[in-house]
Design a protein around this ligand. Structure first.
Ligand code: SF4
Ligand code: SF4
Length: 114
C-alpha cells in the first residue's frame, strides 16, 4: 500500500524532503509518488511523513490494498514500526515474528494441498 498525490496538491514542496525513500518528485507539471519506492514509511516512521507534513487535507491519498493478505501485512508492518519507534520491542516483536512464521507455514501448506 502506498500514497498518491491528488489534484488538491498546492505544490508547496513540503513533503519532498520528508520522504525517507525519495519517492516524491516533480514531473514538470505536478508532484508525484513513485509507487515502487513508496513503502508507507515502514521501517522509518510510524506515520507516513508526506501526509503528516502536508498543509492540505486532501492532497495525499492512501491507495487501499485490494487483497486481504496485502492488507494484513500492511497492518503488521505498521504495528511493528510503531513498536520499534516506541522501543517497546522485544516481547511483541517476538510474538509477531512467531505468529507470522506460523501463518506463513500454514499458508504454504494450504497452497501445497490445493
Ligand atoms: S508514505 Fe512515506 S515513503 Fe510513501 S511517499 Fe509518503 S513519505 Fe514517502
Ligand atoms: S506537502 Fe501536500 S500540498 Fe505540498 S507538495 Fe506535498 S502533497 Fe502537495
Amino acid at each position: 500500500m502506498s500514497y498518491t498525490i491528488t489534484s488538491k496538491c498546492i505544490s508547496c514542496h513540503q513533503c519532498v524532503s520528508q520522504c525517507p525513500t525519495g519517492a516524491i518528485s516533480w514531473n514538470g507539471a505536478s508532484y508525484e509518488i513513485n509507487q515502487n519506492l513508496c513503502n508507507n514509511c515502514v521501517g522509518f516512521y510510524s506515520v507516513p511523513q508526506c501526509a503528516a507534513s502536508c498543509p492540505t487535507n486532501y492532497a495525499l491519498q492512501q491507495i487501499a490494498p485490494t487483497d486481504y493478505w496485502d492488507s494484513w501485512f500492511v497492518t503488521y508492518n505498521k504495528l511493528v514500526s510503531q513498536m520499534n519507534e516506541a522501543k517497546q520491542g522485544s516481547y511483541w516483536l517476538k510474538w509477531f515474528e512467531l505468529y507470522s512464521q506460523k501463518l506463513s507455514k500454514q499458508l504454504q501448506a494450504s497452497i501445497c494441498n490445493t
